[in-house]
Ligand binder design. Sequence first.
Ligand SMILES: [Zn+2]
Length: 199
Amino acid sequence: MPHSRDPKLIVIDRDGTLNHDPEDYLRSPDDWQPLPGALEAVARLNQSGWRVVVATNQSGLGRGLFDIATLNDIHARMHKALALAGGRVEAVFFCPHAPEDECDCRKPAPGLYLQISQRLGVPLAQMVAVGDSVRDAQAARAAGCEAHLVLTGQSLAHRDGTPVPGLPAGVTVHPDLTAFADAIVARTGAAVSDQMGHS
Ligand SMILES: [Zn+2]
């Protein structure tokens, strides 16, 4: 493992970042479909020494649209698909609340990132967050994490170069999770030059 002097932790959003954004709510394992290249991107991050966890808003729980057992089944499918691609997400942190609950963990609130920092013992400033929506970036910046936006899911329309409204300062934008992984892996010094260049 190269360069392990710092705890290296990536916090990745789920819907629209790792898997296709559901039309309304993703409520069964069969609905979970990875975005092209996303699982391989996670695997490459793992291979260059990064731990990866997921942080996701799941207000469908708070609304009673699906239960925890179903959410666990969805994540079992996700973990299995990742394993087949050689990747690993070691934990899934989720906000189960509806917006009207006014909790402190539904993104753009920073609570999930604070939970992750506490539970895994990684300082917020050493966590790298990536997601497809402005609220992911807002939550990460509010928590004090490094933040990246991918132009998939909620931000797909901005592939044409139009600015993303409300994006906080200091957020790095990438076309997709593959490009994000390219940038992170290149910066962390792993030998991946033979894999670069695709987007
Ligand atoms: Zn919450």
